[in-house]
Write a protein that binds this ligand. Structure first.
Ligand code: 5GP
Length: 183
């Protein structure tokens, strides 16, 4: 059976990758890989849909049990992609998309060289800061921490197959769709 595509989307927090992913998942009938994290659930998030929320102890137990394809520490919390969300599904021919940060993407490229890596960039750091502030889900200290991380993440962009600038949501979404469809 033909294997499914493995699509990895990264980009700084607040760049709009969640919105882009939602749209392309429904338009291209992709399956979303739900990550596991130890960060606090935000208002409106649902366990098992947005993330599997868990404790640090449980996450570390799963690392020892080799349950993750990749994991990383981001802003003092663990985030990881579970094997069960990806491997069997790809082998069954399903197209999987995951939304992860750069250290995880680097690990995936090593393990799955055929994966398609797309990096979404903001038009500028100032614009990213405005979007994070307007999102109201992060306090200002957290916004500045995420900006600092975004500057670091920028250094990894060479590992990606494609870079898409999100200055217009619809155009950026269409560009990502086109890249995936042509893979
Ligand atoms: P947030 O706290 O804003 O939901 O996510 C913070 C960062 O963690 C984002 O860049 C997001 O893409 C990334 N992330 C989410 N899930 C995973 C995962 O399973 N692995 C890795 N490495 N990063 C993840």
């Amino acid at each position: 059976m033909k294997k499914g595509k493995f699509i990895v989307i990264s980009g700084p927090s607040g760049v709009g990758k969640g919105t882009i992913c939602k749209k392309i998942i429904s338009d291209l009938k992709l399956e979303y890989s739900v990550s596991m994290t130890t960060r606090q659930k935000r208002d409106g998030e649902i366990d098992g849909i947005n993330y599997y929320f868990t404790t640090k102890e449980d996450f570390e137990k799963r690392i020892k049990n080799d349950e993750f394809i990749e994991y990383a520490i981001y802003n003092d919390n663990y985030y990881g992609t579970l094997k069960k969300e990806v491997i069997d599904k790809i082998n069954m021919g399903k197209n999987i998309i995951c939304e992860i940060e750069v250290q995880g993407a680097k690990q995936i490229k090593k393990l799955f060289p055929e994966a398609l890596l797309i990096f979404i960039m903001p038009p500028s750091i100032e614009e990213l800061r405005n979007r994070l502030i307007n999102r109201h889900t992060n306090d200002l200290e957290d916004v500045e921490r995420r900006i600092k991380i975004a500057k670091e993440e920028n250094k990894y962009k060479d590992i990606y197959d494609y870079i898409v600038i999100n200055d217009d949501l619809e155009k950026a979404t269409n560009k990502v769709k086109e890249i995936i469809a042509n893979k």
